[in-house]
Design a protein around this ligand. Structure first.
Ligand code: FES
Length: 458
């Protein structure tokens, strides 16, 4: 089923790349991050060519819940502890600024995309200590945040952390208008990046600067992003007859849900799990595809599901996106990835940081998001956890590979794929690539379809 954003959204089709060309900047990926980066570069007088393998907004932009927030779950206490108050304040300022930058753009261009300011809440049904600490930490960094005990959810809560003046909108209506401002070529799949040459199936763009804004950077070396990120899936259901909420909500307890209104519908999200973990092996009551749907009937008896969809998110080792120079070895390559579940504000933050780096402007926020930052002890532990998944996936690859038509080894680095019966896909537990039942690529970092067996081959 498609997301609520897809129906009724018309994004004008663009031609494929007409052949070889040169440009100051080439951006790979026409989601919100790529389009906004190209837009702000253009405003600074820099031409950026955007390449898209499929259609504008056809990746994760259409699967978001489209909350524009500086509230990113319980993060500010951790950021202060890990990076110190000054750097944590840069994270807060960049994300608060992103909300205002959306508002200004939408007003300035008269974009009809349902942008509305509203509060965002974290809730817990079990305890208040973490919420109180988070409110105090956020407030100390300049965010209008407070701890409260009451809210409009249809069940009792222990407390909530409220962030004032956050926002929500319709992401594809916004993207459709912004894409009109930039030079985009669709159906132009990047096959290879050779230094400053970006080769597609339609021609090559040679550029001074190359921006990877394609959700997951598909280049393994340099950068090694496959070792420092993992992907998660989560699920959203759009409900009719569930009433509406003024605020947006996210539960901080295991199995906590996400709520936001969208016109007459209520969007209910949850059920996160690492991509590629078989449903039978998932732990925690929240880790099921049908979880938000099942919970909806308890909370809103008689409501009706009218849309449902799933999202795929990249998570970094320390919870902060990787935005900036791709690697010390390629100072003219840039990346925007690892947005966690906060793609809207992170896309705007990316556009501003990457524009500043490419045009040589000072940008104090760049340090905390730098992909080349130092990692903490906690991040090192995460690295080991993800490494263990890769070792397990690769060792399974050595076993005989079954008798189906698809050879279930991931074309990215060879891990054994897991069949996901809930979504009828082959999912990779190592770095999160996904393939449909015919072995066709759905999500990277893999770039090609699965191999198929030859006739008569077991
Ligand atoms: Fe890396 Fe499958 S996504 S091995």
């Amino acid at each position: 089923m498609e997301s609520v954003w897809v129906k009724g959204s018309e994004i004008r089709k663009r031609d494929p790349l007409p052949g070889d060309m040169e440009a100051p900047v080439v951006v790979i990926g026409a989601g919100i991050a790529g389009i906004l980066t190209a837009y702000y570069l253009k405003k600074e007088g820099v031409r950026a060519v955007v390449l898209e393998a499929d259609r504008i907004g056809s990746g994760q932009t259409k699967n978001t819940t489209a909350k524009i927030t500086s509230q990113h779950n319980l993060i500010y206490c951790r950021l202060i502890r890990t990076f110190g108050s000054r750097m944590a304040a840069h994270y807060a300022e960049a994300n608060e600024a992103a909300i205002g930058q959306y508002e200004r753009l939408i007003r300035e261009k008269g974009i009809d995309c349902g942008f509305v300011r509203c509060p965002a809440y974290l809730y817990s049904r079990t305890g208040t200590a973490l919420l109180e600490q988070e409110a105090a930490a956020a407030e100390s960094l300049g965010i209008r945040a407070s701890f409260e005990t009451d809210c409009e959810l249809p069940f009792p809560v222990a407390g909530v952390t409220m962030f004032a003046r956050q926002a929500r909108f319709h992401p594809l209506k916004f993207l459709a208008e912004m894409a009109e401002e930039v030079e985009v070529y669709e159906q132009s799949k990047v096959l290879k990046v050779d230094d400053r040459k970006v080769e597609t199936d339609r021609g090559t763009v040679t550029a001074k600067h190359v921006v990877f804004a394609s959700h997951y950077p598909f280049i393994n070396v340099p950068g090694y992003y496959f070792a420092r990120m993992h992907q998660e899936r989560s699920y959203v259901t759009a409900l009719e007859g569930a009433g509406s909420l003024e605020g947006m909500y996210l539960g901080t307890d295991p199995g906590g849900l996400s709520f936001r209104s969208c016109g007459d519908l209520l969007l209910l999200g949850g059920g996160s799990h690492r991509t590629g973990v078989n449903p039978a092996d998932r732990t925690g009551e929240g880790c099921k595809y049908g979880m938000p749907r099942n919970r909806s009937q308890e909370m809103y008896p008689g409501c009706r599901e009218v849309y449902r969809w799933s999202a795929q998110d990249c998570l970094t080792l320390d919870g902060v996106p990787y935005i900036g120079r791709f690697s010390g070895r390629k100072p003219y390559w840039y990346v925007a990835t690892g947005f966690g579940k906060w793609g809207m504000t992170s896309s705007m933050v990316s556009a501003h940081i990457l524009t500043a780096l490419i045009t040589g402007r000072e940008c104090q926020e760049a340090d905390i998001f730098s992909p080349n930052r130092h990692f903490t002890a906690q991040a090192a532990k995460e690295l080991l956890v993800h490494g263990a998944y890769t070792v397990k996936g690769l060792s399974k690859h050595l076993l005989p590979s079954g008798k189906g038509r698809i050879i279930p080894n991931c074309p990215h680095m060879g891990c054994r794929l897991e069949w996901n019966p809930e979504e009828e896909s082959y999912d990779c537990p190592c770095h999160g690539s996904r393939f449909d039942k015919e072995g066709r690529l759905i999500d990277g970092p893999a770039q090609t379809d699965c191999k198929k067996r030859k006739e008569n081959e077991n």
